[in-house]
Design a protein around this ligand. Sequence first.
Ligand code: NAI
Length: 329
Amino acid sequence: MKPPVRIAVTGAAGQIGYSLLFRIAAGEMLGRDQPIILQLLDIPQSLPSLKGVLMELEDCAFPLLTGVTTTDDPRSAFRDAGIAMLVGARPRSKGMERRDLLEANGVIFSTQGRALDEAACRDVKVLVVGNPANTNAYIAMKNAPGLNPGNFSAMMRLDHNRALSQVAAKIGRPVSSIRKMIVWGNHSPTQYPDLNHAEADDGKVRDLVNDPEWVENYFIPHMQNRGTEVIAARGLSSAASAANAAIGHVRDWVFGTREDDWVSMGIPSDGSYGIPEGVMYGFPVTCSGSAYQLVPALEISEFDRTKMDITYRELMEERESVKHLLLNS
Ligand code: NAI
């Protein structure tokens, strides 16, 4: 039997946590032969409801789940963690300015970055889901100087999956036949979903769609605002689809992306595509050997450039407003 992997999940009592933990414990993320220990973090006010989640985990009698801990201390939650899924974040409350939201989350993610630095495995894979995900991931990374920046990522996978589904429906092909979708930039309404490099089994997606007006005036704005549409319909933000995306993100990072395909991840830029080094930006990546690599040298049109710069500028503004929370800045 393999030794267990410790998986830290923050915001574990929340709605994404409720969709995430049971799938992880069933083996959907790390495989059905990998024992795991869940180390669940939430704030003190949420610990009573986290206890209920813990009871339900026990009641499932998952064979792979060899232990569960709950805590409100980030260092305990991250102790020896091989995977850290940072889901918990401060939601925007009524009357709260964007700057205040960035500040509140900046404090959470600088604390958690330091705790990761102190307590987690040196090769821990960190996925930030809690919004603003890219900037939170950037703050955590900057507060963990003892960890390689390549250990950090922000979730763009939900946007990526949304784009795959919309395109598959438009051209009447199964989702599984679509490869090489990209969502560039920030996980926010400025993101740039780009189908120009995407392929289906029988041709370039752009040619199969053959409708530039649909791409520009339907596909891109709808993808950018899909989260808001889900909230309007459900009265709550995306949870099951976000948990599903988080599982896919980590699974591909650990086991590798499929042949002749890539996925979108928010990762620290290596300076490619005119995005300065270190910026936590959504890029196409392949994964192998338990690491991600940015897909290099794709052709970028003037239209792409404009869209990629808009979302880059938003990330710069977010970074500017939290720069006092960054070490080494
Ligand atoms: P939720 O409000 O249901 O749960 C959040 C949980 O985080 C709560 O249990 C809360 O107590 C906890 N929490 C708050 N501050 C914390 C801290 N400092 N440490 C640990 N836990 C803390 O929210 P939900 O729906 O589960 O969403 C979580 C986050 O994920 C939100 O920020 C949401 O905007 C974001 N999100 C990101 C997506 C992406 O694609 N990147 C997609 C969907 C949601």
